[in-house]
Design a protein around this ligand. Structure first.
Ligand code: GDP
Length: 343
């Protein structure tokens, strides 16, 4: 019998995802979110294959405090997009899922109509032990949705600082949803998030709230003009607009502005440059996390960490010296595995 070399077979799941098969997409997401090493390896290979398809969606981040109308907005905005024949995926990065295992988008009564729409795909936030883990997996799910042929991927997050920064690192556009409010509340809006936002949407611009919304929108527009200029963007961005998610008002204008900004950025190379920076960021983040996992996941490393920690605690060793010894140990392992890989 002659020995045959088996070449790695393309994952059948890849074909199905590329064909937009919803069950395959859900299965691939389960692999991505799994903590099992074999699942992670298959997910990584799958994503690598899918990247070859070269499909691109518009990645849109959306943030706002609870009650501002995020799910109402996603429902009506999503339906408007599917009404135009576009395919929409909705994901979430939920900091509370890191703590409680609960998750935004988990409640099926939210976005009832969009949930039933064949051209929409809604996925709750993965439950992971840390926000960083949630974000890294969501970022991979974004890539998966892109390969599966979605035109827009919306990523929802609740306004609590760090999660917004992470979502901004994986999206092309960032929307901030705000409620009609007095000037005092405007003062409370964190500068950081105003700087991330490309478009501020003042929601609930309907009924009795319309006059307040009009004033609020003007206030935000004024505040945005005072922010640092963005030489890479058209002069009138970032901008503030009014919408009513409940009455589906202003959504087409908002979409038009998102497209204007995106087209401008594409034409000027800003779009691709931003994606390149983001890819580099996530690569470095994966390396950092991989090293941390090695530090805490490997029994020998853990034992050494505990031993050195004990010496530091008892004043036998300076923290910096102990840290250098620990890093040298990890680097030594790296060198050994690099040699192995080269053999
Ligand atoms: P989320 O917590 O940010 O997801 O907010 P929800 O979408 O659950 O909305 C919170 C409340 O605000 C609900 O009672 C909605 O009906 C209401 N709401 C959302 N959008 C609008 C809007 O455009 N106008 C008005 N008047 N109410 C809205």
């Amino acid at each position: 019998m002659t020995a045959t070399t088996t070449l790695p077979q393309p994952d059948p799941l890849a074909e199905q995802v590329l064909a937009g098969n919803r069950r395959a997409i859900a299965r691939a997401i389960t692999l991505i979110e799994s903590g099992r090493a074999d699942h992670r390896a298959r997910a990584a290979a799958l994503l690598d294959t899918l990247r070859g398809a070269g499909r691109q969606a518009l990645r849109i981040g959306l943030s706002g405090t609870p009650g501002v109308g995020k799910s109402t907005f996603i429902e009506s905005f999503g339906l408007m997009l599917t009404g135009q024949g576009l395919k929409v995926a909705v994901l979430a990065v939920d900091p509370s899922s890191a703590r409680s295992g609960g998750s935004i988008l988990g409640d099926k009564t939210r976005m009832e109509q969009l949930t039933r729409d064949r051209n929409a795909f809604i996925r709750p936030s993965p439950s992971q032990s840390q926000l960083g883990g949630v974000a890294r997996r969501t970022r991979e799910v974004v890539e998966l949705c892109e390969a599966a042929g979605f035109d827009a991927v919306l990523i929802e997050t609740v306004g609590v600082g760090q999660s917004e920064t992470m979502v901004a690192e994986m999206t092309d556009l960032f929307l901030l949803l705000m409620a009609p409010a007095g000037g005092d509340e405007l003062q409370g809006v964190k500068r950081g998030i105003m700087e991330i936002a490309d478009i501020i949407l003042v929601n609930k611009a309907d009924g009795d709230l319309k006059p307040v919304a009009t004033r609020t929108c003007a206030d935000y527009a004024g505040a945005l003009r005072l922010l640092r200029k963005r030489p890479q963007d058209p002069e009138d961005f970032p901008k503030a607009l009014m919408v009513s998610a409940l009455e589906a008002q202003g959504l087409e204008d908002a979409w038009g502005e998102m497209q204007n900004l995106t087209n401008w950025r594409r034409k000027n190379g800003v779009f691709d440059a931003r994606r390149a920076d983001q890819a580099r960021h996530w690569f470095e983040e994966e390396v950092r996390q991989g090293l941390l996992t090695r530090l805490t996941g490997d029994a020998a490393a853990r034992a050494e960490l505990a031993r050195l920690g004990g010496q530091v605690a008892q004043g036998q060793l300076a923290a910096s010296v102990a840290a250098a010894q620990m890093l040298a140990l990890l680097a030594g392992e790296n060198a050994a595995s690099l040699r192995e890989a080269g053999e």
